[in-house]
Design a binder for this molecule. Structure first.
Ligand SMILES: Cc1cc2nc3c(=O)[nH]c(=O)nc-3n(C[C@H](O)[C@H](O)[C@H](O)COP(=O)(O)O)c2cc1C
Length: 172
């Protein structure tokens, strides 16, 4: 498979049973069903010192390399203090200028309250743009009411499918 069909998830939740990571995984499953090679970077599993630029670590270098070779990114985070987590931000702070040029990102955030949905447009979208990436306009924001027994409800699943369709169109 060529680099043009690689989709990579990036999860910025420290939680072992993460709702946002679950949505990233569902998005990757949809992309896999459309013939894309998929993978996931779980930032909570990477060494913190290297993520904080206190030193280098092969696992973090490899993660950055995987981002460089992906064409679609699925970025997921819980909302912490009205924006993405510090954990998510670490990997973006390690990327060189324009590292996301030519890539399309699907943005996913989960939060406790609906009022913080703007974390997608005020936080995640400019984060990707600062590295020259393009984002699908269909951002996915979900609160506990969007899930049934831990699984995305019908409306949320449909929003996810719409976002993936858009990302595929943008990826051309
Ligand atoms: C430190 C901390 C800060 C949080 N801040 C917010 C917040 O500002 N707004 C909000 O809607 N939810 C907030 N939450 C709730 C999480 O966003 C919510 O539980 C989310 O669904 C967790 O996602 P995860 O399961 O992927 O980790 C916070 C949770 C924690 C632990």
């Amino acid at each position: 498979m060529t680099d043009e069909k690689v989709a990579l998830g990036i999860s910025g939740s420290p939680s072992p049973a993460s709702s946002s990571r679950g949505l990233v995984e569902q998005a990757l499953t949809l992309l896999s069903g459309r013939g894309w090679e998929t993978g996931l970077i779980d930032l909570s599993a990477l060494p913190a010192d290297a993520l904080l630029a206190r030193g280098e670590d092969p696992a973090v270098s490899k993660a950055l390399d995987r981002v460089a070779h992906a064409h679609i990114l699925v970025i997921g985070t819980p909302v912490y203090r009205a924006t993405y987590t510090a954990l998510l931000k670490t990997i973006f702070d390690l990327m060189p200028q324009d590292h996301l040029a030519g890539k399309v990102a699907v943005l996913i955030a989960t939060g406790a309250i609906a009022e913080h949905m703007l974390a997608i447009d005020h936080g995640l979208r400019p984060l990707v743009a600062s590295l020259a990436g393009v984002t699908a306009s269909n951002g996915i924001y979900a609160t506990p009411g969007d899930f049934t027994d831990g699984a995305p409800g019908e409306a949320l699943a449909q929003r996810l499918a719409n976002a993936i369709d858009e990302a595929l169109r943008l990826a051309g």
